[in-house]
Design a protein around this ligand. Structure first.
Ligand code: ADP
Ligand code: MG
Length: 391
């Protein structure tokens, strides 16, 4: 079934009504920050490579009001978070720094409140979201970036730059949620622009918008609705293997290596590490090339690179799973599909497919007929990054 993506205004209304019944009175501030999908460039961030995400029309909304109570009170409207859904914690001060605790969902907010450069005297807030939690579309970064944007609007202290803002949100996730994430999610949620994807150089932290607003094509994100437990344990192993491969090749990171370098050192690498490095090196190169062909409007070449990316993640990096492979195979059989790949860390979560708009229904129907699991569909064009909304 295609998921109807709620309007941002209806999320704001829902949150404002909940605010009134929870705290009384009206909120004075409303903000939104989007989830994201990575179109190409997977497992390249920790290899100093390129990633190419776009912001989604699914967003996290926060409405709220400043208080002088010294207390931060927050309620989330999603029942997918861990209980309790309401929390209360003191506004941080140098003598009483906040610590991560239960419920875990509030740690993303506490982390940003702690790392925020302005003075937070207290607030009441309600959070709601159309980004699926834990589905690989980065509800966590959407929550962090929404929190930062909320605090900016509440205190008048603006981040020096969007890059600084994204880095603070990343630090919050590292320190308070203990997730050693890269920079992609927070960058795109902060810097996304409607009708554009964002090419991010994970080494220099430079980023460039790339127009992607042709009404004749669209992305369809398909949630496999599976998550295999391997995802937690395999990630550090892949990171270490890439690090070891770079070391053997005499490079700082695999960003500096070519496939020729890799072939030269093949004898000094285990079969497995060789394949891991081959994915990382080829994917970094593929991402740069894909953006170039996209700029020329060559969707056929771009789509082929998306599918090549999937095959490399499946065969060399071994982070796919039968469900994701099945979804990609089904998609590539459909008319009007340019390319399809798993997106995110792997072992479950979503695929992303570039398709002619006129063939979206064919893709959805064919997937519903053939996929052995239960898929959810989101038809998405690149959307806007974090913003303050009018109430
Ligand atoms: P992803 O970022 O792919 O959605 P993560 O595991 O990184 O998955 O982050 C999901 C977690 O973020 C949730 O389990 C919850 O703790 C927190 N979270 C995200 N959005 C919300 C929300 N709207 N309300 C409460 N918690 C949220
Ligand atoms: Mg996340």
């Amino acid at each position: 079934m295609t998921t109807k993506i709620p309007e941002v205004s209806s999320l704001v209304q829902e949150a404002a009504a909940a605010f009134t019944s929870q705290y009384g009175g009206q909120p004075s501030v409303a903000v939104a920050a989007p989830g994201r999908v990575n179109i190409i460039g997977e497992h390249t961030d920790y290899n100093d490579g390129f990633v190419f995400p776009m912001a989604l029309p699914m967003v996290t909304v926060i409405v709220g009001r400043k208080t002088e109570s010294g207390l931060c009170r927050v309620k989330t409207l999603t029942d997918k978070a861990d209980k309790p859904f309401e929390v209360e914690f003191p506004a941080p001060s140098s003598s009483k720094p906040l610590q991560p605790s239960k419920p875990s969902w509030a740690n993303y907010i506490k982390g940003v409140v702690t790392c925020f450069p302005g003075v937070v005297s207290g607030f009441d807030a309600v959070v709601t979201s159309s980004v699926p939690l834990g589905g690989g579309l980065s509800s966590s970064a959407a929550l962090e970036v929404a929190t930062y944007t909320f605090l900016e609007a509440l205190t008048g202290t603006k981040a020096k730059s969007l890059k600084d803002k994204a880095l603070v949100c990343q630090k919050a996730e590292h320190d308070f949620a203990s997730v050693p994430c890269g920079i992609m999610d927070q960058f795109i949620s902060t810097m996304g622009k409607k009708g554009n994807a964002l090419l991010i150089d994970c080494r220099s932290l430079e980023s460039n918008l790339v127009p992607l607003s042709d009404p004749n094509v669209t992305f369809v994100i398909i949630n496999s609705n599976v998550r295999h437990t391997l995802s937690g344990t395999e990630y550090p192993t892949r990171r270490r293997q890439c690090h070891d491969a770079a070391h053997t090749l005499g490079k700082t990171s695999l960003r500096d290596a070519t496939l020729q370098d890799l072939e030269k050192h093949k004898g000094s690498l285990s079969e497995e590490v060789y394949h891991r490095a081959r994915h990382a090196i080829s994917e970094i190169q593929r991402t740069e090339e894909a953006v170039e062909v996209l700029k020329k409007g060559d969707y056929t070449a771009f789509g082929k690179m998306m599918t090549d990316s999937h095959n490399s993640l499946r065969d060399d990096y071994e982070v796919s799973c039968p469900e994701l492979d099945q979804l990609v195979t089904i998609a590539t059989e459909c008319p009007g599909v340019y390319g399809s790949r798993m997106t995110g860390g792997g072992f479950g979560g979503c695929t992303v497919t570039l398709v002619k708009r006129e063939n979206v229904d064919d893709l959805i129907h064919h997937t519903q007929e053939c996929y052995t699991g239960k898929a959810t569909f989101y038809v998405c064009q690149p959307a806007e990054g974090a913003q303050v909304l009018s109430l």
